[in-house]
Design a protein around this ligand. Structure first.
Ligand code: PLP
Length: 466
C-alpha cells in the first residue's frame, strides 16, 4: 500500500478498552458482529473538516461524509453553537398541536427552496420515517379525495428507502427484506436506471430513458392504476452504485404519473442539500415531484431530522376539510435539530456550498475517471459529489464477481484495506460490487487526488490478489 494514514495526534482514549466495551455492548447497524471477534472495532473519536480521527489518533479522509450526511464538514463550531443556544432556550417541545419557532422557520425556508407548490413540511427524525410518512400520506390523500382503492406503490430494483416496515417494503433489495417478511403488502418493483447494464437500448441513452420510465408505467398498468397511489424514486439511485437518470427520464416519469393520477415521490434522503450541487436534486434534473422526502444533509449531521415536503394540492384535503393526518413522531422537527438545520442552511448560503459542488463536479469526475485504466474498474458513474465505481472481473464482457469472490473482495479485503490506506468510504455489493464516494461538500482537487491515489493503489492490489 503506498498511502498510510498520518499519525496526527496522540490518542486521548484507551483504544483497546473502547473496542472491548464496544464488542461487549454496542450492537452496530448492518454489521456482522462476529467479524469483530478477533479484531478491533474501528472507533472514530473526532472530526475536523474533511478528516476523521480514530481512537489511535490516526487520520482518514472522510470519503463518504459519514453516511452521505456531513455536507459542511466536521467540527463546525457554529453548528454546535446553534444546538447549544436552542437547547438553552427551548430544548424540547413536540409538534403535536403546538408549534415552536425553529420548526416554523425551517418549514418556511424549506418551502421557499422547494420547487412548484411544495409548501407543506411534515417533519420526522430521519429518511426512513420520511418515506414511511409519504406512503401513509399518499394512502390517506386518495381516501380523502374519493379514490380509496389507491394504496399501492411502485419503486425500483435494488433501491434503498429505509428500514421501517413500510419503507422496507418499498426498498428493492431482497437481502435487506427476507428476514422480515411478510412486509407491508402492495409495494411493486420496476427497472432502475443502471445504464451500464441496460437490458435494452444499451447504445442509446434516450431510448433507454423511455424504456426505464415505461417499465414503471408497465407496473402501474399491471397492478391497475386505480390501485396505485405513488411512485418512489431517488434522483440518483444510491444502492447499486449511483445510477443517474438518463436524459428525459424524469420528464417521461412525471407525465406517466400525471396520466395515471399517481403521486411522484422524490426520495432525496441522500441527493438533497448540495450533494448534487442544488438544494433539491429534482431541480438539477428539471422535474417537480408531489412530495420530496429528505434528511441527512439538512443539518450536516449535527443533529437528526428528516422531512416530507408536500405539494399544496396533496395537502389541500387535510387543510380544508375536517381531516387530520393521524401520524407523527415525538422527536419529529426537534427544536434543536431545526435550529441546527437553519444554521446549516445559513452556512450553505454564506459559503456557497452548492455552487462549489457545481464548479468542481467536473474535476471530481475527471479525477475518478483516471481509474478506468485499471483492469478491475468497469464503470465510473454519478453526479455532483456522489459517485460509484463498479468493479468487474472482465472489462470487455462486464463479467461481475460471483458471491464468493465478492465476499472475499469486498468484505475480506477492500473495505479494510481502503481504511488502512487512509480513506473512509464504502465497498458495497447490494447490487454489483461498487466503491461509493460522497465526500463533504467542502473538498476540492487536493482531496480528489488523495481519493484517486488511495483507490489506485488498493484496487491494484485487489486485482493482484484475484
Ligand atoms: N431513503 C434513502 C434514499 C436513503 O439513502 C436512506 C438512507 O440511507 C433512507 C431513505 C433511510 O434514511 P434513515 O437511515 O435516515 O432512516
Amino acid at each position: 500500500m503506498t498511502t498510510t494514514p498520518v499519525e496526527t495526534s496522540s490518542p486521548s482514549f484507551d483504544a483497546d478498552a473502547l473496542s472491548a466495551t464496544a464488542r461487549d455492548h454496542l450492537w452496530m447497524h448492518f454489521t456482522r458482529m462476529s467479524s469483530y471477534a478477533d479484531s478491533a472495532v474501528p472507533t472514530i473519536v473526532r472530526g475536523e473538516g474533511a478528516r476523521i480521527f480514530d481512537s489511535h489518533g490516526r487520520s482518514y479522509l472522510d470519503g463518504l461524509a459519514g453516511l452521505f450526511v456531513v455536507q459542511a464538514g466536521h467540527g463546525r463550531e457554529e453548528l454546535a453553537r446553534a444546538a447549544y443556544e436552542q437547547a438553552k432556550e427551548l430544548a424540547f417541545f413536540p409538534l403535536w398541536s403546538y408549534a415552536h419557532p425553529p420548526a416554523i422557520e425551517l418549514a418556511d425556508r424549506l418551502a421557499s427552496y422547494a420547487p412548484g407548490d411544495l409548501n407543506k413540511v411534515f417533519f420526522t427524525t430521519g429518511g426512513g420515517e420520511a418515506v414511511e410518512t409519504a406512503w401513509k400520506l399518499a394512502k390517506q390523500y386518495y381516501k380523502l379525495v374519493g379514490k380509496p382503492m389507491k394504496h399501492k406503490v411502485v419503486s425500483r430494483h435494488i433501491a434503498y428507502h429505509g428500514t421501517p416496515q413500510g419503507a422496507l417494503s418499498i426498498t428493492g433489495i431482497p437481502d435487506a427484506k427476507k428476514w422480515f417478511e411478510p412486509l407491508v403488502p402492495g409495494a411493486h418493483k420496476a427497472a432502475n436506471t443502471n445504464f451500464y447494464r441496460a437490458p435494452e437500448h444499451g447504445d442509446d441513452l434516450e431510448a433507454f430513458a423511455r424504456w426505464a420510465a415505461e417499465d414503471i408505467e408497465r407496473a402501474i398498468v399491471m397492478e391497475g392504476p386505480d390501485t396505485v397511489a405513488a411512485v418512489f424514486v431517488e434522483p440518483v439511485q444510491n444502492s447499486g452504485g449511483c445510477f443517474p437518470p438518463p436524459p428525459g427520464y424524469f420528464q417521461r416519469l412525471r407525465d406517466i404519473c400525471d396520466r395515471h393520477d399517481v403521486l411522484l415521490v422524490s426520495d432525496e434522503t441522500i441527493c438533497a442539500f448540495g450533494r448534487l450541487g442544488t438544494i433539491f436534486a429534482c431541480d438539477k434534473f428539471g422535474y417537480v415531484p408531489d412530495i420530496i422526502t429528505c434528511a441527512k444533509g439538512l443539518t450536516s449531521g449535527y443533529s437528526p431530522i428528516g422531512a416530507a415536503i408536500v405539494s399544496d394540492r396533496v395537502a389541500e384535503p387535510f387543510w380544508t376539510g375536517g381531516a387530520s393526518f393521524p401520524h407523527g413522531y415525538t422527536f419529529g422537527g426537534h427544536p434543536v435539530s431545526a435550529a441546527v438545520a437553519m444554521a446549516n442552511l445559513d452556512l450553505f448560503e454564506r459559503e456557497q456550498l452548492p455552487q462549489h459542488v457545481l464548479q468542481n463536479e467536473g474535476a471530481f469526475r475527471a479525477t475518478l475517471e483516471k481509474l478506468t485504466d485499471l483492469p478491475i474498474v468497469g464503470d465510473v458513474r454519478g453526479d455532483g459529489y456522489f459517485y460509484g465505481i463498479e468493479l468487474v472481473k472482465d472489462k470487455a464482457t462486464k463479467e461481475t464477481f460471483d458471491a464468493d469472490e465478492s465476499e472475499r473482495l469486498l468484505r475480506g479485503f477492500l473495505s479494510r484495506a481502503l481504511f488502512e490506506a487512509g480513506l473512509y468510504c464504502r465497498a458495497d455489493d447490494r447490487g454489483d460490487p461498487v466503491v461509493q464516494l460522497a465526500p463533504p461538500l467542502i473538498v476540492g482537487q487536493r482531496e480528489f487526488d488523495e481519493i484517486e491515489s488511495v483507490l489506485r493503489s488498493v484496487l491494484t492490489e485487489a486485482w493482484a490478489r484475484l
